[in-house]
Design a protein around this ligand. Structure first.
Ligand code: KG4
Ligand code: ZN
Length: 337
């Protein structure tokens, strides 16, 4: 009988301090997240220095809680998986230092995980049948990309955004609509009350490739609000939110369908914070089905930052014999693919 493998995952790339224990790559034994959202909300976004300080405060209690909740002592852990990029350097260093110290003290292998690959792997926790090869649409606060997951440890980047990420566009539009941070869920909520066809915001024309661009859309929303204000006209904020969301989802879905058709792959997964967006999930599911593919997306708690996805990604690296040296450094601009 094969031995069970327990991975401790640690995540601290932005404003969530998280730790989790995952058994055999797919069974979640614990998922602890200390969110700093209420702290950063009053500044309208994440303040890196404040994030680092709160990670320092939270990281050990969160790890202790993850091990206790899983009822797995540190000695029983097979490897410590930790996000080493991309993200805020000061924030990354807190989780990474804790992981290195634990790995050294307990004599366990250290596995440095790419946060974005972690987001993709969150899908394995929600769908027992999911196996590579498949497509991934990565839509987080800092990244927007289409990726082919060829195998558990082999990825090919098809294309990415030329400017703003989808999450960034949601957050910036939220700010001009006077909605609190993080903006994505707030825009989604307000959009429920609006008409998605009320305003025809532009979609970037980028040609026959897998690239995205959202800065023009963001500027169009800002200009629309500015012009209305100058003219003294009333604005339906709900219509703006719904029409913006419609335009961004439209662009994401169009390129995803293009990728499904070009690659002939039969499954596409959503990854990153914006994958929590119900309109994106529903629109992409329908469009993928029409193109002959199936959409998989993570459960809501695994859409945004967590350590389960890091432990899951770490598991597949562990069984592939990959481990990191104890002098592993944080890589704030670590790339995908
Ligand atoms: O993956 P994530 O939690 O952190 C990064 O790795 O960046 O993504 C955060 C981003 C934020 O921009 C947030 O506004 C966006 O995901 N987001 C959403 C939703 N939930 C989170 N965007 C649209 N709709 C949502 N429901
Ligand atoms: Zn993330």
């Amino acid at each position: 009988m094969n031995k069970d493998i327990y991975i401790l995952g640690i995540e601290s790339s932005c404003d969530e301090t998280a730790a989790a224990v995952v058994k055999n790559g797919r069974e979640v034994l614990s998922n602890i997240i200390a969110s700093q959202v209420p702290i950063h909300r009053k500044y309208g976004g994440v303040v890196p220095e404040i994030a680092s300080r709160n990670h320092i405060r939270n990281v050990l209690p969160v790890i202790d809680e993850a091990l206790a909740k899983a009822d797995v002592p540190l000695e029983k852990i097979d490897a410590v998986a930790v996000t080493y990029g991309p993200g805020l350097v000061g924030a990354l260093l807190v989780g990474l230092s804790a992981a290195k110290a634990l790995a050294w003290a307990a004599d366990k292998p250290l596995i440095g995980v790419n946060h974005l690959e972690g987001h993709v792997f969150a899908n394995f926790l929600n769908d027992a049948d999911l196996k590579p090869p498949f497509l991934a649409l990565v839509v987080s606060g800092g990244h927007t990309a289409l990726l082919v997951v060829k195998d558990y440890n082999s990825f090919e980047l098809l294309g990415q955004t030329r400017d703003d990420a989808a999450g960034e566009a949601f957050d910036k539009v939220a700010r001009v609509l006077c909605l609190p941070y993080p903006g994505g869920p707030e825009v989604e909520k307000l959009a429920l009350e609006g008409n998605p066809l009320a305003i025809d915001f532009p979609r970037a024309k980028l040609g026959d490739n897998f690239e995205f661009s959202f800065s023009g859309l963001k500027s169009a929303v800002i200009n629309y609000l500015h012009n209305k204000q100058q003219a003294g006209e009333d604005v339906s904020r709900a219509d703006v939110a719904a029409s913006f969301q419609h335009a961004i989802v439209d662009a994401l879905v169009q390129k995803s369908v293009h990728a499904i058709k070009q690659t002939g792959l039969k499954e596409i997964v959503l990854a990153g914070g914006v994958s929590a967006n119900k309109t994106l999930q529903e629109t992409l599911a329908k469009a993928a089905e029409r193109a002959g593919a199936r959409l998989v997306h993570p459960t809501p708690i695994l859409c945004t930052d967590n350590a389960v996805m890091i432990a899951c990604r770490g598991y597949f690296m562990y069984v592939n014999g990959e481990k990191s040296p104890l002098d592993l450094n944080a890589v704030p601009s670590l790339k995908l693919g």
